[in-house]
Each structure stands twice: as structure tokens, then as C-alpha cells.
Ligand binder design. Structure first.
Ligand code: THU
Length: 141
């Protein structure tokens, strides 16, 4: 864990702003995220669904936004949820984000001033990444 920089706090403000857009009528737990990639910022929020499992988290929403704009490498993501303690990304989002930088900087905030900064490598050691798929399987039975 490291101390937040002024850039981290600026990205966190974008995530906090995105949280206001959250659609969370079932859990009432709102989450906002902001990806920093290619010098730009891409916001996302959680969007819930009556079929609960179809819900999308704020982190994946922001990641999709960035990819839709042509980004393939993320420098940092900020996440803000309604919890008192900084909101951490769920397991599925950790894996999803690892695709775009396994050592992504992750800035986490909540309803208080507490901020936590970690790398994705710390949050998800040994992520399954594309290198595993690049191996030659032609001789496999
Ligand atoms: N949620 C996120 O958006 N990101 C996380 O990392 C944790 C969970 C959302 C999903 C759901 O809409 C609500 O928070 C409660 O789980």
C-alpha cells in the first residue's frame, strides 16, 4: 500500500462524480469508477438489474468505456463506493482489469476521507493473462 498522490486524488474525484450516476435500486450501494488511460479519463458506475446476476460493476463499466474509446492499456483506476472503508474491486473486476494492465494502480475511496492505493498485482497475484493462451498447444492430444 502506498500514499495517494495529487493525481490519485484527482482521479478519485472523477470516480466520486461517476457514483452519482449509479443505478442501484436493489442493493442501494452506489459505486463509481474512473480509468486513466492514454491521458484521458473514462468514468463508469454500477448498473443493477432485476436479474441480479446481470448487474455490472462500476469498474467494468469504466473499463468498457475506455476500450470503446480505443484504449488497450490502463495506467490507473479510481473506485469510490458507499462503504465507510475504501471500496475494493470484486474478484471478477480484478480479473477483468488485469487484461489491460496486471500491475494497474488502484486508488480506492469510500464515504469517508480514507484512501487506499494498491497495485492490481497486490490485489490479484498471478492473474490469468493472455500469455497463457499464447503457448503452442498444437502437439496436445
Ligand atoms: N459493486 C461494484 O460496482 N464494484 C465492486 O467492486 C463491488 C460491488 C456493485 C455491484 C452491485 O451493484 C453493488 O455494488 C452491490 O454489490
Amino acid at each position: 500500500m502506498t500514499e495517494p498522490t495529487s493525481a490519485d486524488l484527482a482521479l478519485l474525484a472523477f470516480a466520486r462524480e461517476a457514483k452519482d450516476k449509479a443505478y442501484a435500486p436493489y442493493s442501494d450501494f452506489r459505486v463509481g469508477a474512473a480509468v486513466f488511460a492514454g491521458g484521458d479519463i473514462y468514468q463508469g458506475c454500477n448498473v443493477e438489474n432485476a436479474a441480479y446476476g446481470s448487474t455490472i460493476c462500476a469498474e467494468r463499466s469504466a473499463a468498457l468505456h475506455a476500450v470503446m474509446h480505443g484504449q488497450r492499456w490502463f495506467d490507473a483506476i479510481a473506485i469510490v463506493g458507499d462503504s465507510d472503508a475504501p471500496t475494493v474491486p470484486c474478484g471478477a473486476c480484478r480479473q477483468f482489469l488485469a487484461e489491460f494492465n496486471p500491475d494497474l494502480r488502484v486508488v480506492m475511496g469510500g464515504a469517508t476521507d480514507a484512501v487506499m492505493v494498491m497495485t492490481l498485482g497486490e490485489l490479484l497475484p498471478e492473474a490469468f493473462v493472455r500469455g497463457y493462451l499464447d503457448q503452442d498447444h498444437s502437439s496436445d492430444e
